[in-house]
Design a binder for this molecule. Sequence first.
Ligand code: BGC
Length: 740
Amino acid sequence: MKKEELVDLLQEMTIEEKIGQLVQVTGEVFLMDNIDTTTGPLKDLNLSNKTLYQVGSILNIVGSEKIRKVQDEYLSKSRLKIPLLFMADIINGYRTVFPIPLAQGCSWDPNVVYHCTKVSIKEAGSAGASVNFSPMVDLVRDSRWGRVMESIGGEDPYLGQVFAKTMIQAYQGEDISKLGNVAACVKHFAAYGAVEGGRDYNTVDMSEREFRQYYLPAYKSAIENGAEMIMTSFNTINGVPASVNQWLLREVLRKELGFKGIVISDYSAIEETIAHGVSKDKKQAAYRAIMAGVDIDMMSNVYANHLKELIDEGKVPEEILNQSVMRVLILKNKLGLFENPYGNIDEEREKRILKSEENLQEARKQTAETLVLLKNEKEVLPLKKNQKIALIGPYGDNIAILGSWSIFSDKSKIQTLKEVFEKRMGTKNVLYAKGSEILREKEINQILSADGGNIIHVENEEEKENEYLQQAIEIAKQADTIVLAIGEHYRQSGEACSRANIEISEIQKRLLNELAKQNKKIVTVLFNGRPLVLKDISEKTDALLEVWFPGTEGANAIADVIFGEVNPSGKLTMSFPQATGQCPIYYNHYQTGRPHISNIRFASRYQDIPTQSFYPFGYGLSYSKFEYFDLKISSPKITENSFITVSIKVKNNSNRGGKEVVQLYIQDLVASSVRPVKELKGFKKEYFEAYEEKTITFEITVDMLKFWSEKLQYQAEKGEFKIFIGPNAEEGEETIFELV
Ligand code: BGC
């Protein structure tokens, strides 16, 4: 459609039809045999039959057949026949599931993130999704927050920017109407990752400097790279919930960042401003949200039920409504839905693409890149295929390894570690015992009871626990290496999964403690959605492999690394704490007046734990051994319009080829406002042959030195800067240069 035709269409629409475009409901209602508005979800939403056939978009219905049915039903009764927009949460995969986003970021490789995203969306697109609620680019520092697992850039603004760009490009391509592309919805705007105490939905209150310095860059990058949509966050930001925050949405997002696409609220977030105590009722909530600039109301009924009244009373200018509706029409048009309301769907193609052998191979390859080797004492890894192992632990023969956003996944054919190990080593070489559950009955029920029912009961729990443990000890005795597969339950991380204690469960600790007494080598394979406190586990194991929630091909990818077919190369994107009480912990913190450098009393420190993290940002081992030396800078001075280069020699001092992520950090030594102790400004992931030495070079530009100054101006200030190049945020070579 041409722009003029869209304008004509808008003119033809009644106020109710316009409001409808800003309303999102679940598509299940259109799949009911009898669409009944007097009971069920429609009654709850207080939507009439007429309003229903005017809504603009549908949440989380995917699948060619369903989409065709819903679209047909809708169009058959809608007056203007404006097609519905189908939006979905395809976070780390549709039928084929890839590692959780936090894990994908640990590849430190835009190519890996691109391929994971592209395959997921190829599958979801073929099943009809037009808008995807991803990427999640919230900066995360507090692993008590369950949603750190969704963050693509972890605790770093630079990584957030890089991966936001990658993901938008993978989703949208050059032209979103083309087969295999969808519109991206970046979320959650803004600073959702900074919820106080890591408790989900909690308050966010931070200085504007902090917000601009750390939190804003990743959203900005997504917008600059053309993200079509943005989702507001649940939290308040400096006193005002994001979904009614005029400063945030009109000043920062629209004016400053120049965002032209659609703003959608998070799920019922507009209505929740009543609970926040900033709207007295639904009508005021609707007023505040539309005036702040939220175009689409996701799943609360406040726009559907109150916007008309607000417009009739002249409180909301019709022009504001028109602007929002136009944005929705423009996106539908860009997606080509007016010409073809079914988008990409094609039942035949869908069958061919979903979880195809090709996609599974891709998943296996990319997943191996996201695993992080945290410890490998005496090179216990890689294992040999002809040795005997005792595979123990609740994740040894478990397919629940997809993480919490795998709502559309196809769970058939997921292989367990046991199956994969047996295939590679032969059944005789793999002794297996479950060893323990992930959680005790009481703990799992604490989680499940919030779902309203669904709790479990375990007969003779204590007896079973002892039995499992005995079986584990017995098989441990018969092998010389134990592979211990433990971790978090998949329901312990994700939305509404904040934890006040981020350790593994007591029952798994007991298992580990008993196995540690057996005097065997222990290789721990850790499944989890967040950094955990690993001190105990690390001390009691010889090798530690962080595998996150690795997805459909997780077991194969883990075996690829464990048997050395793939040399691990992942590095952490979040610091791992020494203790839960150390959260939030992040490498790029500000300098204090009393830094803890030596053992003095009046320093910024905890008395009972070291000040640094347990495993730092950027950390991860390889089967190769990399050495860094000979840091050189092209000039000790940089001027406003010039650049300098800094290079370092990196040598793979081992007989194995492998990849290394070489990291560049900068510290501004003296400035008008306090600066972080170091900030990541670049990285290069390179493959090194055995014993190969390379010179890795970075360019330093003045842009990289800019920050939010005392007067909140974005600028670089003259003076000295320190450069660090190394394998993680704590090690490496350093030098100094000056901006003159
Ligand atoms: C989450 C969003 C998600 C939305 C739709 C909300 O609860 O916060 O991330 O996209 O639901 O499912």
